[in-house]
Design a protein around this ligand. Structure first.
Ligand code: OGA
Ligand code: MN
Length: 293
């Protein structure tokens, strides 16, 4: 194959598209290495025109490492294997769900900037999202470059410097983040399983060695800090990371396969008229290797 890699955000090494690639065919080691190198360089890759099924998506994803399996296999319905999470407003009956359906509300957590499974002790490395059906308006996925944001952060107005951030540990919790956007959706039993976890605020990327600001919606507070001061820092850093100059906004075309590096970016899904248009996305997730603290 004659792979072509086109940067998507002029003036930065963030987000690129890959064309002339067919993951339905076998991918030799040299082409895989080209994709892998581009992925760690750009942190977000858009692989165009990938008319693949779940097995093919899993096979490609597994070349990056062992996959996470979704907590409840049938949690979202409509998938054939536990390595697939279906992010969709379409139910098992193939009909659009009401906006207030329990699953629609759960997915609404994706509307906040986050890094996948930062609420788990070992968070996800890579997510791969296949746009099987995409809406004509809205529903973009946006990505923010937390590497460039670290490099360029000038230190905050309240006198906190970059050096002060070294060694800080934050508690991340999905019970907290869902509360922010859709309220108290977990049962007491679920909450007992979803205990807060500790994550480094400054992370060193396992492949590139670059430092990143590691936050996102699940990030609740800085250990050992007073709560208001902690929330102020988290809010300030999150708005810094998500400034327009660090953001690539992906307008989906059908059959795009978009992969992102959860060690390097924050992302969020934009809303769309979800009672009018179908959106069916299948996600595979490459598991992380180690805790961040
Ligand atoms: C995800 C996610 C956003 C979207 O799948 O992890 O955050 O646009 N998706 O669907
Ligand atoms: Mn996500």
């Amino acid at each position: 194959m004659n792979l072509v890699i086109n940067p998507l955000k002029p003036g930065s090494e963030f987000a690129a598209e890959v064309v002339n690639l067919d993951l339905g065919k076998s991918l030799n080691d040299a082409d895989f290495a080209t994709i892998r190198d581009a992925f760690y360089k750009y942190a977000v890759l858009v692989l165009r025109d990938q008319n693949i099924n779940d097995d093919q998506q899993i096979a490609f994803s597994e070349r990056f490492g062992a996959l996470e399996t979704s907590l409840g296999f049938d949690q979202y319905g409509g998938v054939t294997r536990p390595e697939i999470s279906r992010i969709s407003n379409v139910g098992d009956d193939n009909k659009i769900r009401p906006h207030d359906h329990e699953k629609s509300r759960y997915h609404r957590g994706n509307n906040l900037w986050h890094s996948d499974s930062s609420f788990k002790p070992i968070p996800a490395n890579i997510s791969l999202l296949s746009g099987r059906e995409v809406p004509p308006i809205g529903g973009e996925t946006q990505f923010a470059d937390a590497r460039a944001a670290y490099d360029e952060w000038p230190g905050s107005v309240s006198g906190i410097t970059k050096d002060d951030l070294e060694g800080l540990v934050c508690e991340h919790s999905i019970v907290f983040s869902r509360q922010l956007i859709v309220g108290d959706i977990f049962t007491d039993k679920e909450k007992r399983k979803l205990q807060p976890v500790r994550q480094a605020l400054i992370r060193k990327h396992s492949e590139t060695g670059r430092k990143v600001l590691y936050l996102g919606s699940h990030c609740h507070f800085v250990e050992g800090w007073e709560y208001p001061k902690s929330r102020a820092l988290i809010t300030e850093l999150t708005s810094w990371i998500t400034r327009p100059e660090f953001v690539y906004s992906h307008k989906w075309k059908p059959l795009d396969l978009v992969m992102w590096d959860n060690q390097a970016v924050l992302h969020r899904g934009n809303p769309w008229p979800d009672e009018d248009y179908r959106r069916v996305m299948h996600r595979t997730t490459v598991a992380g290797q180690a805790r961040t603290v």
